[in-house]
Design a protein around this ligand. Structure first.
Ligand code: SF4
Length: 339
């Protein structure tokens, strides 16, 4: 019988960031299910809480951040309750992460092949020689040419794209059940971005790994992911299948993000006008209200509840059904988005 319990279930997760004398409410009740085998994209503008969510799952939050409420259930275990000594065997083994800047994330003093071989030694108990051979094979599998030679190189000798491939080989060496990739293509040129994102899709499929890819680029990740969660100001505004979210969004924020992607190269890149809420405040209404062309008084006064507009497609919006019925954005003012 198939296991219907999600591999990762985040429930009402709240994280505060302490910066000097200010407290920023960075995550304000993130709720998200990631099923086994899902390829999930978490998208949104910078500051939406995407990376903070990924770091919370890894329990790698900076010292200034604190989980104040909620649960992170991984295979039924609440990671927020585990001591560091209990989380360490999970991290890197059952849950792995690809970081934004691979060159900075790799140890500059250790040969790349040895860093990958370490994972095989630690998690699979291989001998040093066998682990080195596996590291070369893993590098080859991610498309690194002359892998046996490159394995002896140091991170600074790798280009951005090659370092990201090495990072992917490193993250997958332990055959994790869950891989979190945080902006895995940032800093890479457009051609390499496509290659890296396709590589991630191919390797996670081959290894049957569940993927959460964090990105500001809904267009790029929608090419490989079967589900999308759209985040804004520390909450998940909408989630559902990629096909439905991109063709028929039920949230004005998603519609606005998609419009930014849809712009023809000859047109001026649109942006979403208006001010982002002050994360220091406990906002009473919808966090997108100050920027939303559809906002009514209720949006400023009351936080919307999740609305399931169709099976598996949920939007956090007082007018989710209307937005959905109007094909996501029929009454959304495109001119307002561009001005
Ligand atoms: S609840 Fe109101 S402000 Fe928020 S997205 Fe929906 S229409 Fe816009």
């Amino acid at each position: 019988m198939p296991n219907s319990v999600p591999l990762l279930a985040i429930r009402d997760l709240r994280v505060d960031l302490h910066i000097e004398r200010d407290v920023l409410h960075a995550l304000r009740g993130v709720t998200l299910n990631v099923g086994r085998g899902d390829l999930m994209a978490v998208v949104g503008e910078s500051g939406s809480g995407k990376t903070m969510t990924g770091l919370s799952v890894m329990r790698l939050l900076p010292a200034s951040a604190q989980i104040t409420d909620g649960q992170i259930l991984f295979d039924g275990t609440d990671l927020t309750r585990l001591q560091e000594s209990s989380i360490r065997p999970l991290r890197g083994k059952r849950i792995a992460m690809i970081f934004q800047n691979a060159q900075a994330a790799l140890n500059p003093l250790v040969r790349v092949g040895d860093q990958i071989a370490d994972v095989y030694t630690r998690h699979a108990g291989l001998s040093r020689q066998a682990a080195r051979q596996k590291a070369v094979e893993a590098m080859q599998a991610t498309g690194i040419p002359n892998a046996s030679e490159r394995a002896r190189g140091y991170p600074h000798e790798f280009s951005g794209g090659m370092a990201q491939r090495a990072m992917i080989a490193l993250a997958l060496a332990s055959s994790p059940e869950l891989l979190i990739a945080d902006e895995p293509t940032s800093g890479l040129d457009v051609t390499i971005q496509g290659q890296v994102i396709t590589l991630i899709r191919d390797v996670v499929r081959r290894l049957n790994t569940t993927l959460v890819v964090i990105s500001h680029d809904i267009g790029l990740v929608s090419t490989i992911c079967n589900r999308i969660a759209v985040m804004y100001a520390g909450v998940v505004m909408e989630n559902g299948t990629t096909a439905r979210i991109t063709s028929r969004p039920a949230n004005p924020y998603t519609a606005a993000l998609l419009r930014c992607v849809d712009t023809r190269p000859t047109e001026r890149m649109p942006f979403i006008p208006g001010r982002v809420i002050d994360l220091r405040q406990k906002w009473p209404g919808c966090p997108f209200a100050p920027r939303c062309a559809l906002a009514q008084q209720i949006c400023h006064d009351q936080a919307p509840l999740p609305v399931e507009v169709e099976p598996g497609h949920v939007s956090l919006c007082h007018f989710a059904h209307q937005v959905f019925e109007q094909d996501g954005s029929a009454s959304y003012d495109a001119a307002a988005v561009r001005n």
